[in-house]
Design a protein around this ligand. Structure first.
Ligand code: ADP
Ligand code: MG
Length: 331
């Protein structure tokens, strides 16, 4: 595989209390994370949650109001983008329309005054890496959207950066092509060992590709963990809702024992769990004055309904009020 030998391993990237305010707008509020060398790290969150601003502070296009970015322990917040050894790919195909594929990919090397024989070899390797061999003389307008993104990726990787930043790079592609490109990106990342900081609002994409994910909300990291941790142990209803698509079930409390409530969904599934409200643990109340609450069943959650298994970490929204015991089936 091209680049597989003699590559520089990816750098460790550390975000320390990164903050950006625009007047009274707080775009990013104290984001901290340690991104392991060679790992695939994703900032996941809804529109406006501060993902792009965070990435732009890593890139050097946005200067932090507060906080620091460290690459292999060295602070870089004072360095301009071109001194940070970062490759970048964005959603819009930022390839030069008047340059051929070859010229596009060669560009970062020419800027760096790399000898032309080395440029030829590196561009050849990069074309092979993104599977565009034979496309070198084409112009971007003669390429599909996915192919143009491959050119942008090859151009971002050709100077062998130790960190690759990507902001919704597959956002403009249709669903099928996006799924294919997700696999391609993972293959390429493994081949070149680069550290990836990836931005997406697509939870499926984040869970499929990432070693670690920071779920962002309102400029803050709501939860940072592996995809499995986010999926199986969301710290809040927001994360549960954002990471899983069908984690919420409506149900009725059928009984309360100590801090645990037994909840039955309309379809007859029964769960026992400890209710929480907005991420806080609270005793289940039997007061009919509290119409709804959210339940976060613990790992020991049991489902008493016979044939179906439900993730032990589903969040339940249930209607308060004890159902009559005659409806309380036992198994
Ligand atoms: P995301 O990428 O998650 O959609 P952004 O980082 O682009 O979010 O934006 C986060 C918040 O900061 C938004 O509320 C946005 O309107 C605000 N913001 C971003 N850039 C600027 C700017 N240059 N001036 C003022 N507000 C900004
Ligand atoms: Mg954005």
């Amino acid at each position: 595989m091209a680049f597989a030998e003699g590559v520089r391993p990816g750098a460790e990237v550390r975000l320390s209390e990164l903050t950006k305010t625009y007047g009274s707008v707080v775009a990013v509020a104290g984001v901290s994370a340690t991104i392991d060398p060679g790992s695939f790290f994703t900032l996941l969150g809804p529109s406006g949650s501060g993902k792009t601003t965070t990435l732009m502070m890593v890139a050097g296009f946005v200067y932090p109001t507060r906080g620091e970015v460290f690459v292999d322990g060295a602070p870089v917040a004072g360095l301009p983008p071109q001194k940070r050894d970062l490759g970048m790919v964005f959603q819009s195909y930022a390839v030069f329309p008047h340059l051929t594929v070859y010229q596009n990919i060669a560009f970062p090397l020419e800027v760096r005054k790399v000898p032309s024989a080395v440029i030829r070899q590196r561009v050849g390797e990069a074309l092979e890496l993104v599977r565009l061999e034979g496309y070198d003389r084409r112009l971007p307008r003669q390429l599909s959207g996915g192919e143009q993104q491959r050119v942008a990726l090859a151009r971002a990787l050709v100077f062998q950066p130790r960190v690759l930043l990507m902001d919704e790079p597959l956002g403009a592609l249709d669903r099928k092509l996006r799924a294919h490109m997700q696999l391609e990106l993972k293959r390429i990342q493994r081949a070149v060992h680069v550290t990836v900081v990836y931005v997406t609002h697509d939870q499926e994409e984040a869970l499929t590709m990432s070693d670690a994910v920071a779920v962002m909300r309102g400029g803050r990291v709501e939860q940072l963990g592996t995809p499995a941790e986010l999926y199986e142990a969301p710290v809040s209803p927001f994360v549960a809702d954002f990471v899983g698509e069908s984690n919420f079930l409506d149900g009725t409390v059928v009984s309360v024992t100590g801090t645990r409530a037994l909840i039955r969904t309309e379809a007859g599934l029964e769960f026992s769990g400890t209710p929480v409200a907005a991420g806080r643990s609270s005793r289940p109340s039997t007061s009919p004055a509290l119409p709804t609450a959210t339940v976060f069943p613990s790992a020991s959650t049991t489902t008493t309904s016979a044939s179906r298994v439900i993730s032990s970490t589903a969040w339940l929204t249930y209607t308060m009020g004890i159902a009559s015991s005659s409806r309380n089936r036992s198994t």
